[in-house]
Design a binder for this molecule. Structure first.
Ligand code: PMP
Length: 427
């Protein structure tokens, strides 16, 4: 499709007034005016099936969240310098969804801030500075966090205290035991940090490796690596910004699927279904050193309005059985995606869990060489046909499929039909 003259004008306005580092998605950018549940509507009134936005994880403009925000914003919108029950009620409910050891929480506004805070806490606790992440990890945008977000590419220098390890990628590891290999890589990174006089502070991973290509299994593969970093005096941090809040269907939190209890967990995106709220959840003894010496005031972090929105998100997940739906509808969607792509020689692997999955495109099923161009063509072909997704992975060659947790069977069937047509159109 071609951009309308009105939308051409918006692209030009953006270029004039917004800083140049932003990127629009899709060859024909979308001009959105409204969202409702799994649907997004453009300026012509056309409906798009949203299978990508995970901030609005329980659906666009969810009535419970809209109502909770409306009710709170008209009463009081203050910060953590006052006594207020909204933050306490929410904090207690939130930590109750974690293993008992993880019983304290601090609030911020973005995932980047949560990871930045987690790193400060870890440095205070361990006396170390070394950071281990996966090869194409993304953890955020602040100066310190961008320095351990290799997916930002060569425009951002990794810190000298940062080491990357290959992600636990079953498809590209052949018969090797993924957990054993991942642990060995982390141990090698620890040794390399030490050789350079750097004491390890953290291993931080996205529990579903969503920017490394969405790596869901086998479950348990994080255990050895978590033990390795702890044995070296460091902490294990699970970044749950992507897999958290029931998306995997199998558990509320992605790390639970691997039978590990992290020292800290960072949360963001779906937490307020669009309200900026994020958090670090941790064991109290981890944060005690930081708390003795530092003060932490995050102006908007944990404000009453965001806490009200976040509480409504937990209400909706429980009342509407959204974690169970992620499991059930996710299984159906994965089966349908596997079925419609099985005969396409460019599809190397289909994988995922719950409502988060990937389709990896290869130039050749034997060498498994990446085919980035095909993945991009499929994303744009689906957009033309009214379904929204994007890509993941170091080579940008995997479809990243991440529908809202309110996706139903009919939505999944429509998704599969459009994927099938788009695969055929781009073959
Ligand atoms: N961690 C992960 C795994 C993320 O995907 C993101 C955002 N894409 C972040 C952290 C950073 O979150 P934010 O954009 O809210 O700063």
């Amino acid at each position: 499709g071609n951009l309308s003259p009105d939308n051409e004008a918006l692209v030009e306005r953006r270029a004039r007034v917004l800083g140049p580092a932003y990127r629009l998605m899709y060859e024909t950018p979308l001009h959105l005016v409204r969202g409702d549940g799994v649907w997004l509507y453009d300026d012509t009134g056309r409906a798009f099936l949203d299978a990508y936005n995970n901030v609005t994880s329980i659906g666009h403009c969810h009535p419970r969240v809209v109502e909770a925000i409306r009710a709170q914003v008209g009463v009081l919108a203050t910060n953590t310098r006052y006594l207020h029950t909204a933050i306490l009620d929410y904090a207690e409910r939130l930590v109750a969804t974690f293993p008992a050891d993880l019983s304290q929480v601090m609030f911020a506004c973005t995932g980047s801030e949560a990871n930045d805070l987690a790193l400060r806490i870890a440095k205070a606790r361990t006396g170390g500075t070394g950071i281990i992440v996966t090869e194409n990890a993304y953890h955020g945008i602040t100066e310190s966090v961008a320095a351990f977000s290799p997916s930002l590419g060569p425009s951002v220098d990794l810190g000298p205290h940062v080491r990357t390890v290959p992600a636990p990628d079953r498809y590209h590891m052949g018969d090797a035991d993924v957990g054993v290999a991942f642990q060995a890589s982390v141990e090698a990174a620890i040794a390399d940090l030490r050789r350079h006089g750097i004491r390890p502070a953290v291993l931080i991973v996205d529990s579903l490796f969503t920017s490394d290509g969405v790596l869901a299994g086998p479950t348990g593969f994080l255990r050895g690596a978590a033990e390795a970093i702890r044995a070296a005096g460091g902490l294990f941090i699970a970044d749950e910004v992507q897999p958290g809040f029931g998306r995997t269907g199998e558990a509320m939190w992605g790390f639970e699927r691997h039978g590990v209890v992290p020292d800290m967990v960072t949360l963001g995106k779906p937490m307020g279904n669009g309200q900026p709220i994020s958090a670090v959840v941790m064991r109290p003894e981890i944060v005690a050193d930081f708390g003795r010496n530092a003060r932490y005031f995050n102006t908007f972090g944990g404000n009453a309005v965001s806490c009200a929105a976040a509480a409504a998100v937990l209400d909706a997940i429980e009342a509407e059985g959204l974690q169970e739906n992620a499991l059930r509808t996710g299984r159906h969607l994965l089966e349908r995606v596997q079925a419609v792509s099985a005969d396409d020689p460019g599809v190397g692997d289909v994988r995922g869990v719950g409502l988060f999955m990937a389709v990896e495109f290869v130039a050749d099923r034997r060498t498994r060489a990446p085919d980035r161009a095909r993945a991009s063509r499929v994303v744009n072909a689906m957009r033309e046909r009214g379904v929204l997704i994007s890509v993941s992975g170091k080579h940008h060659n995997s479809l990243k499929i991440r529908p809202p947790l309110v996706f139903d069977r009919g939505n999944a069937d429509l998704f599969a039909e459009v994927l099938e047509a788009s695969l055929q159109a781009t073959a």
